[in-house]
Ligand binder design. Structure first.
Ligand code: PMP
Length: 443
């Protein structure tokens, strides 16, 4: 039998230098079930990375496995381009049944390549085609993918700095990140200033912003550090874009399918965007992505968006099973409840450790920002980010059998993205390990 170390070393020798997760999570996974993965030597880990928020039902959920086996038993075609199939019809019916009333009848669906980035690309092409405009309004700290177009509209500079010629005319606006408010204000004032500022940029031609083809954001920035935008701010962005005829794209790649305690995160604000993008959980752990949009934007000519892998039947069957399971078991409400439990416990831990600067989240998209408490505070009370300590906490969690992600603009946010099926007992286990890990990292 091959050991963890041997397998890790073998793969590291041949894999691209761009590989990411194995660098931080030195794990060779042999098997997986539910919230747990097992390594080559039989050690079990609680997985709160869960495919970067992909695994709504955890690993290898029986409902997903059964749906995939059914595809095989029924001799359904495994590859169909975007041709018509009963599996696709069932998937579209199930997905459309979840759309907000009023939008359901206006909605169109575009199947995209397998990744979230593919669908964001498609959304950008869609709004550019529909409006004939070219500029895009996006947000600092946002993440939308790793292709040229999606990298161009993502905030993080690391991967961008060595790639020239990304799409021009991309305007980055300040995201309402209350712990590090870009306007130096806290609380409600911060997001009010943010929306006034954005409104002014759009209305004053001297800002140099041409009428944009779209505004795009995540309602909770994921890779940016689990940062929920205030609900009122989301509503303001909807008002501002609607009044000016700017299509609003919500990137639901990470927030979608129950993760934030609503099936789609925009539902928290009671708004409907013109376009939203789903991937990750929608494929029930297999690769699938779609754009859902208002039919008024459907100005595409036939063949305007093509691609070979835009109809993965297995992924659609797994996605249908995931949506059904979520609905039948009220997992959206459960995710909300578990998220609140996690958040409450983390806030309790925060009171004991000045190194925890901020605890925040919406549903099961939770982040803990690690800071350097020996340095002076900013005018709004935030402390400088401490990425080294965040990585140390991640390592100490890993040693104790808990897999967590570290992200955020300064690499200092420990992120919790457990499957929606997490139980109370498992939340408590996560908390206990995390607390021990923080203690071990500090003392
Ligand atoms: N948008 C968001 C909000 C994401 O979190 C991600 C992936 N982390 C993407 C887009 C890109 O998805 P993919 O990695 O599948 O291209």
């Amino acid at each position: 039998l091959i050991s963890n170390k041997e397998l890790l070393n073998q793969q590291e020798r041949r894999e691209s230098n761009a590989r990411s997760y194995p660098r931080r999570i030195p794990l060779a996974i042999s098997e997986a079930e539910g919230l747990y993965v097992t390594d080559m030597e039989g050690n079990k880990y609680l997985d709160c990375l869960a495919g970067a928020g992909t695994l709504a039902l955890g690993h290898n959920h029986p409902a997903v496995i059964e749906a995939m086996e059914q595809v095989i038993r029924d001799k359904r075609p495994l590859h169909t381009l975007d041709l018509t199939t009963p599996v696709k019809e069932e998937f579209v019916n199930e997905l459309f049944s979840t759309l907000p009333e009023g939008f359901r009848d206006r909605a169109k669906i575009q199947f995209c390549g397998p990744t979230g980035g593919d669908a964001i690309e498609a959304a950008l092409k869609l709004v550019k085609t529909a409006t004939g405009r070219q500029s895009i309004l996006t947000f600092q700290g946002g993440y939308h993918g790793a292709t040229h177009g999606t990298m161009a509209i993502s905030g993080n500079l690391g991967p961008k700095k060595n790639v020239q010629g990304l799409i021009p005319d991309t305007h980055f606006l300040p995201y309402p990140y209350s712990y590090r408010c870009p306007f130096g204000k806290g609380g409600e004032e911060s997001h009010r200033i943010s929306s006034q500022y954005i409104e002014n940029l759009l209305d004053d031609p001297e800002s140099g912003i041409l009428p944009p083809a779209a505004m795009i954001f995540e309602t909770v920035q994921g890779e940016g550090g689990s940062i929920p935008a205030p609900i009122e701010w989301i509503q303001e962005m909807r008002r501002i874009t609607k009044e000016r005829g700017i299509p609003l794209i919500i990137d639901e790649v990470q927030t979608g399918i129950g993760r934030t305690g609503k099936l789609f995160s925009f539902e928290h604000a009671g708004i409907v965007p013109d376009v939203f993008v789903l991937s990750k959980a929608i494929g029930g752990s297999l690769p699938l992505s779609v754009v859902i949009y208002d039919r008024d934007l459907d100005a595409w000519e036939p063949g305007a968006h093509i691609g070979t892998f835009r109809g993965n039947q297995m992924a659609m069957a797994a996605g249908t099973a995931t949506l059904k399971f979520i609905k039948e078991n009220d997992l959206v409400a459960h995710a909300d409840e578990m998220g609140q439990r996690l958040l409450r416990a983390l806030k309790d831990i925060q009171r004991e450790f000045p190194e925890i600067g901020d605890v925040r989240g919406r549903g099961l998209m939770v982040g803990v920002e690690i800071v350097d408490s020996t340095l002076p505070q900013s005018s709004i009370g935030s402390l400088p980010a401490n990425s080294e300590l965040a990585s140390q906490i991640q390592r100490e969690c890993f040693k104790r059998g808990l897999i967590l992600e570290v992200g955020g603009r300064h690499g200092a946010v420990v992120r919790f993205l457990p499957p929606l099926i997490i139980t109370k007992e498992q939340v408590d286990e996560v908390i206990a390990i995390f607390k021990e890990a923080v203690f071990a990292s500090i003392v």
